[in-house]
Write a protein that binds this ligand. Structure first.
Ligand code: AMP
Length: 281
């Protein structure tokens, strides 16, 4: 595995790989790696000739009162894990290299970037879209791998790739969970033992929604209300949103007639967690 720190070096290496006819798979991450990230690397390893992982805590996707400064960082441990997964290139640019003084271009994703997560975290998806577009220019991947854990992000990225004609295939990989159902997340490290137990309520609520749909419930409001009611039974939980939406537009549905995406954002103490479940009927 090679550690790459400069953008120029990265661009030169991937240009060379392209000339050799290699298929480049790319996994963007913010580090503090866990099994969820590793599953993306394995998917890339399986499908591509060369695997590039980026490790970059992107300042522009954090709001001013969010956790950028205290976001978990463990570059050394992350490098060990990447090496074990047979990653070819580990790209770790500095924030100054990605956003040098005078950098003044942002990508604004339309409606899909402004609902749900986008509404509660203004500017978040603009930050995500901008850094992903920049990383695509630096790495020139053929295929990029994202986790379904961040469902809206995958929809935003697909929109970005379509609208800006990036020649990149987007693959969304299933959410990797702990034994009790909690979706793996770097932010789970923030949870105290008591909060960790309370955090199970997210998965339980998704299971509840899924069960209702499988039992034939077709009124989205009922599903949404039942999930909300369950989460409210957990005293440590505070809901940001519970949504029953269309899997592509994320728009609220009323009468359920096809697949739906159940999306949650819930605070457990001072930690904000998101999760989702795609229900195909
Ligand atoms: P992050 O480091 O949180 O920006 O995540 C990097 C990538 O890993 C994103 O595409 C995430 O959706 C994905 N990811 C994060 N957690 C999981 C998980 N539990 N299962 C699958 N993919 C995940």
């Amino acid at each position: 595995m090679r550690l790459i720190r400069t953008i120029k070096q990265m661009q030169d290496l991937t240009s060379k790989l392209h000339r050799q006819g290699r298929i480049i798979g790319f996994v963007p991450t913010m580090g503090a790696l866990h099994e969820g990230h590793l599953s993306l690397m394995r998917a890339a390893r399986k499908r591509c000739d060369a695997v590039v992982v980026s490790l970059f805590v992107n300042p522009t996707q954090f709001g001013p009162n969010e956790d950028y400064a205290r976001y978990p960082r463990d570059a050394r441990g992350d490098a060990v894990l990447c090496r074990r997964e047979k990653v070819d290139l580990l790209f770790m640019p500095t924030a100054e290299a990605v956003y040098p003084e005078g950098h003044d271009t942002q990508i604004r994703v339309g409606r899909i970037g402004e609902v749900l997560e986008g509404a509660l975290r203004p500017g978040h998806f603009s930050g995500v879209a901008t850094v992903v577009a920049k990383l695509f220019q630096m790495i020139q991947p053929d295929v990029a791998f994202f986790g379904q854990k961040d469902y809206q992000q995958t929809v935003v990225i697909r929109q970005l790739v379509r609208d800006l004609n990036f020649p990149v295939k987007i693959v969304a990989c299933p959410t990797v969970r702990e034994n009790d159902g909690l979706a793996m997340s770097s932010r789970n490290r923030y949870l105290s033992m008591e909060e960790r137990r309370a955090a199970r309520i997210l998965f339980k609520a998704l299971q509840k929604g899924k069960a209702l749909l499988q039992q034939g419930e077709r009124d989205a409001t009922t599903v949404q209300e039942e999930m909300t009611r369950l989460i409210r039974q957990e005293p440590m939980a505070k809901i940001d949103y519970v949504s029953v939406g269309h899997p592509e537009t994320l728009e609220d549905v009323s009468r359920i007639e096809g697949p739906v995406i159940l999306l949650l954002a819930v605070w457990i103490g001072k930690t904000r967690l998101i999760d989702n479940a795609l229900v195909k009927l």
